[in-house]
Design a protein around this ligand. Structure first.
Ligand code: DSN
Length: 421
């Protein structure tokens, strides 16, 4: 065997021990910490097997039966299956499963119907939106004339009459429904009514709630939206990646926008893993999973409120919640850091009308997609609320954090993760 081939067959541990050790470290972290980042989840081993498969060796620019390369007989079947499953899962006319990320998926939807300088109406990031919904530092903020809507100061929920007013005043080409830190259900029918009144296109970014939609525990935006964009790795529990759904009349334009407009070759391991993720999400167990995610979020939120925490909008309808830490006299930055020391992973997050800067914040965002995948239920949510309260109520008490860390280690051990890895 040539030197080259020996290296080809060598396992990672003998090729790059440094990276291998760090991956092992990350596996250990995931096993021993409690994951409350609302956009994260644990994907099944089958999905990870696909992500590490030989599909990474193949180029397949174009679409099934119209590929620009030879040797696509297997990968185009895979892509066809992924497309069909995405359409079936969400009831869509058309699906493009090639976008690499949620931002790229949004870019594809925008580019299909907007020109630079057109107006985009979307939710502001500091009220729960996303960078790709028009933030000045994002492509969306620099290409388009962005008008933002936020939440009502009192209710901390979207004021649809205000969205309608902004739409009438600014006449956007596209209205975006969707958020990355909004704990309440979204009224897609109302968004569509607003869009129709002024002749705008409705792009729904369901990245956070896609798994809840698939499970039937959140309204499905597909029939109400001209375009639906999503990632696959959040509540949908698939590989890191994205897709776009649209009405049939936009199919050709959307596909041309993704390729050759924005991307070259699709990431085929991700395309195949999305196919498996969509199939898993159509199974009855996934409906049960979605129901439990929402049940756990509600249990964690109620338990935190009982312990004196103020929750933005007074609660949650979905998989996530936003905690206002001002009553505890600490910032989101400090909260994230001390919870991390105690083995609980979360992220600092602005709350609506936050007096702090985005790198500091007054809030924390918690989500229950990952802990639910691990098998935890309402009883564990109460234990987590106790642990969170113990840490955040005593920010100077390192002994307390050590004691909570031990409790978290015990809780993690009771819900093993990736035992076969
Ligand atoms: N970064 C994701 C989140 O945490 O919500 C959104 O892209």
């Amino acid at each position: 065997m040539s030197f080259f081939n020996e290296n080809m067959e060598a396992p990672l541990e003998s090729v790059d021990g440094e990276i291998r050790a760090l991956i092992e470290g990350e596996l250990g972290r995931q096993r021993t910490h409690i994951e409350l980042i609302a956009s994260e989840n644990f994907t099944p081993r089958a999905v990870m097997e696909i992500m590490g498969s030989v599909l990474t060796n193949k180029y397949a620019e174009g679409y099934p039966h119209k590929k620009y390369y030879g040797g696509c007989e297997y990968v185009e079947k895979i892509e066809e299956i992924a497309i069909e499953r995405a359409k079936r899962l969400f009831g869509a006319d058309h699906a493009n499963v090639q976008p690499h990320s949620g931002s790229t998926a949004n870019q594809a939807a925008y580019f299909t119907v907007m020109k630079p300088g057109d107006t985009l109406l979307a939710m502001r990031l500091d009220h729960g939106g996303h960078l790709s919904h028009g933030h000045p530092l994002n492509f969306s903020g620099s290409l388009y004339n962005v008008v933002s809507y936020g939440v009502n100061r009192e209710s901390e929920t979207i004021d649809y009459d205000d969205v309608a007013r902004l739409a009438r005043e600014s006449r956007p080409k596209v209205i975006v429904a969707g958020a990355s830190a909004y704990p309440r259900k979204l009224d897609f029918a109302r968004f569509r009514e607003i869009a129709d009144e002024i002749g705008a296109f409705l792009v729904t970014d369901m990245a956070h709630i896609a798994g809840l939609v698939a499970a039937g525990v959140h309204d499905n935006p597909t029939k109400c939206s001209h375009f639906v964009t999503s990632t696959t790795h959040k509540t949908l529990r698939g590989p890191r990646g994205a897709f776009v759904l649209c009405e049939g009349r936009f199919a050709g334009d959307l596909d041309r926008t993704v390729f050759p407009g924005i991307q070259g070759g699709p990431l085929l391991p991700a395309v195949a893993a999305k196919a498996t993720c969509f199939d898993l999400a159509m199974r009855p167990e996934f409906k049960e999973y979605g129901r439990k995610v929402v049940e756990n979020a509600s249990a964690l939120c109620s338990a935190l409120m009982e312990r004196g925490f103020r929750m933005v909008s007074g609660g949650t309808d979905n998989h996530l919640m936003l905690v206002d830490l001002r009553s505890k006299g600490i910032t989101g930055k400090l909260g994230e850091s001390i919870l991390g020391e105690a083995g609980i992973t979360s992220n600092k997050n602005t709350i609506p009308f936050d007096p702090e800067k985005p790198m500091i914040t007054s809030g924390l965002r918690f989500g229950t997609a990952a802990v639910t995948t691990r098998g935890m239920g309402p009883e564990q949510m109460t234990a987590l609320a106790d642990a969170i309260d113990d840490v955040l109520s005593a920010p100077d008490d390192t002994d307390k954090r050590r004691e909570v860390r031990a409790r978290i280690a015990e809780l993690s051990a009771a819900f093993p993760l990736y035992e076969s890895l």
